[in-house]
Design a protein around this ligand. Sequence first.
Ligand SMILES: Cc1cc2nc3c(=O)[nH]c(=O)nc-3n(C[C@H](O)[C@H](O)[C@H](O)COP(=O)(O)O)c2cc1C
Length: 177
Amino acid sequence: MTKKILLAYATRVGSTIEIAEAVAAVLREWGLDVDVRSTHERLDVDRYEAVIVGSAIRMGKWLPEAVEFVEQHRTSLREIPVAYFVVCHTMSEDTPEHRDMVLHYLDPVMRAVPDVQPLSIGLFGGEINPHKLNLMNQLVVKLVNAPVGDFRNWTQIRNWASVIAPMLMGEPELLYP
Ligand SMILES: Cc1cc2nc3c(=O)[nH]c(=O)nc-3n(C[C@H](O)[C@H](O)[C@H](O)COP(=O)(O)O)c2cc1C
């Protein structure tokens, strides 16, 4: 039977939504029925058999609404397969040091909701487009010398989706062929 998957995303200026849609497209190719929704929406998580939560990073943290989503739905999420992803400028260069740093961006959610254990965590480069940012955020980007541009690696994003698909389907024979 087709499994229903929720992909809940948190964004400020949109690059995370496009990543969410790209992940969903791959999962649909695997035969999964995927709903892509904002964490701001009122969501009935119990309707789903697996959940992905993906968020942009601001000031070294997942967006608060992504953390709140996991906290709010922790009772449901600890019973089903869950995956997280992170979108940030640090991953514009994929190095072991950057991966380590970005994994720490998830410390607040891991500490707040240790009983929800993601099967996988996708670490993706994002986009900084000054035209999409207000003056304050343009200033922050300048101050921290963040790279301007689109660093989303669509091959890496799609590959991650292909890796997590069998995990979300909960089919161990696909995990260990
Ligand atoms: C004000 C501001 C703060 C940011 N802080 C961080 C940060 O601490 N670490 C990081 O790696 N990326 C940081 N980023 C980069 C964003 O995570 C990246 O641009 C992401 O693609 C934004 O996602 P969105 O388009 O879905 O909002 C920051 C971007 C802005 C504009």
